[in-house]
Design a protein around this ligand. Structure first.
Ligand code: TYD
Ligand code: MG
Length: 463
């Protein structure tokens, strides 16, 4: 009989230790290391039975026939965009996100949309009872579709059920945290079980040609076995995000073996489920008050799509010894850098001021191209003069105070023009960018140029 072996596994990142410790050295999380029994089974790695003689496999040349990955298209445009044009048959996708963000809602809507197009979809739920799922389906006006439900958490039973009937086109497993396999000895919800369950479902996808979507909760505390360990195993990872209190949600592609990453799908949560937002800029600019000082519109890019968002700054004299710096939706160190450059190269003194920066609508910007818009918002708030309502800003600021060009200038300008903006302040762009008569562009080479424009306080940035 195999000796029972216990190991200690971090439930956040899956690192293995031989003894317990309070903090995981690999990911830095506290109290995530749990004792697990990993003797034998999937979690125990390769079987330690009698050595099997290897079987030679065919070696193939790099060139040869390539099949276009066959995709199943849901017709929900924003979802198809995020998956790179549809879910690839035989692939496994992970949809991660905070609990309550709307993963089950999104996938139920996707399941219904696919079923309406004649695909066979099986929705496996280990979290909710059938009645609960039916209730949700009713709310989402999806109850009339022939999506098949399965309330089951044991992987072997799920696979046996799936083998009974015609192969489904898509299997949704909600969620991998509830899956458990007979082959792994640990308790459900641990990394070993999550990994074993996910592995079995992924193997099923590859073998049968059915697409599999795994749902995974991510908690900020990392207390529940994180889907992080599954990210390496699947073909694509989508994160469903949203800010508390805001009704829109973003489906972000983090990994995709069959398409581009950095793509986003935008949805709005309503009382009958998620609604597609095919023009996100309109949503993010919806409640804009163009005449208030401290607001600048940033022409950004999310993946292949231009997105306009409003950046709001509030600069106020500080009563504290160390002024406050608060940022929502952007990078704190990046703000510190912009403030330092404003101070060092433009003589804009903010050392005695509290600075608050907010990206409207709960959106998160990751691009350095937002630097110029942030600087414009800051200077506008400090000087108390509003920026022209029909102007957009983009450009990266370097420590020397230079404004550096960014990619996709033409696309950003086109989106701004489409939404009724007439001026843009931007870095010097290459001459091949088409200039339009509708759009007046002001090219700035260094940050002091921008400060001069903004502090001028004119209704228009015209010279
Ligand atoms: P859910 O899909 O259950 O989240 P997750 O599976 O990610 O945990 O959605 C949870 C929230 O969405 C819940 O607070 C209620 C809200 N919701 C709506 O606002 N409208 C709807 O039509 C539905 C179904 C849910
Ligand atoms: Mg759910």
């Amino acid at each position: 009989m195999a000796k029972t072996k216990t190991t200690f596994i971090c439930q956040n990142c899956g690192s293995v230790y031989s003894r317990w410790q309070g903090k995981c050295d690999a990911c830095g999380e506290w109290n995530t290391i749990v004792e697990e029994n990993t003797s034998g089974g999937i979690g125990g790695g390769p079987q330690r039975g009698a050595a099997r003689k290897g079987r030679p496999a065919a070696l193939l040349p790099l060139s040869g026939e390539i099949e276009e990955a066959p995709r199943i298209v849901s017709g929900i445009g924003e979802l198809d965009r995020a998956t790179g044009g549809g879910i690839v048959r035989g692939s496994a996708l992970l949809v991660g996100g905070d609990p309550g963000i709307g993963k089950s809602t999104l996938l139920m809507q996707a399941a219904a949309a696919l079923a309406r197009r004649g695909h066979r979809v099986v929705y496996v739920s280990g979290e909710e009872a059938v009645a609960q799922i039916r209730l949700r389906a009713q709310r989402l006006l999806a109850a009339d579709t022939d999506v098949q439900l399965l309330a089951e958490t044991n992987v072997e039973d799920i696979l046996a059920t799936l083998a009974e009937e015609r192969r489904p086109d898509l299997v949704i497993v909600d969620s991998i945290q509830t899956l458990w396999s007979d082959l792994a000895d640990s308790s459900p919800g641990t990394v070993t079980q999550v990994r074993a369950g996910a592995q079995a479902m992924i193997r099923y996808a590859k073998a049968s040609g059915a697409a599999v979507i795994l749902v995974g909760h991510v908690t900020k505390e990392g207390q529940i076995a994180g889907p992080r360990v599954v990210e390496h195993m699947v073909d694509g990872v989508l994160y469903f995000e949203g800010e508390g209190g805001h009704h829109f949600r973003i489906l972000r592609t983090v990994k995709n073996r069959f398409g581009p990453t950095d793509e986003i799908g935008v949805f709005e949560m309503s009382d009958i489920g998620l609604r597609e937002v095919s023009n996100p800029s309109e949503l993010f600019l919806g409640e804009r008050n163009a005449s208030a000082p401290g607001a600048a519109v940033f022409a950004g890019m999310e993946g292949t799509r231009p997105v306009l968002v409003e950046i709001q700054a509030l600069v106020a004299p500080s009563a504290l010894g160390t002024p406050r710096r608060a940022v929502v939706g952007w990078d704190q160190p990046r703000l510190a850098m912009v403030l330092a450059v404003l101070e060092a190269h433009c003589g804009v003194r903010l050392g005695q001021h509290d600075v608050y920066l907010n990206v409207a609508g709960g959106f998160r910007i990751g691009e350095p191209a937002a630097d110029l818009a942030v600087a414009a918002a800051l200077v506008s708030s400090l000087s108390g003069s509003a920026l022209p309502g029909d102007s957009v800003y983009f450009g990266e600021i370097s420590l020397s105070g230079a404004v550096r060009p960014v990619a996709h200038a033409a696309q950003r300008l086109k989106e701004a023009e489409k939404l009724g903006f007439h001026q843009a302040v931007l870095p010097g762009i290459s001459p091949d960018v088409p200039r339009s008569r509708e759009m007046r562009t002001r090219e700035v080479e260094a940050l002091p140029d921008l400060v001069a424009i903004v502090a001028g306080g004119r209704a228009s940035h015209d010279e």
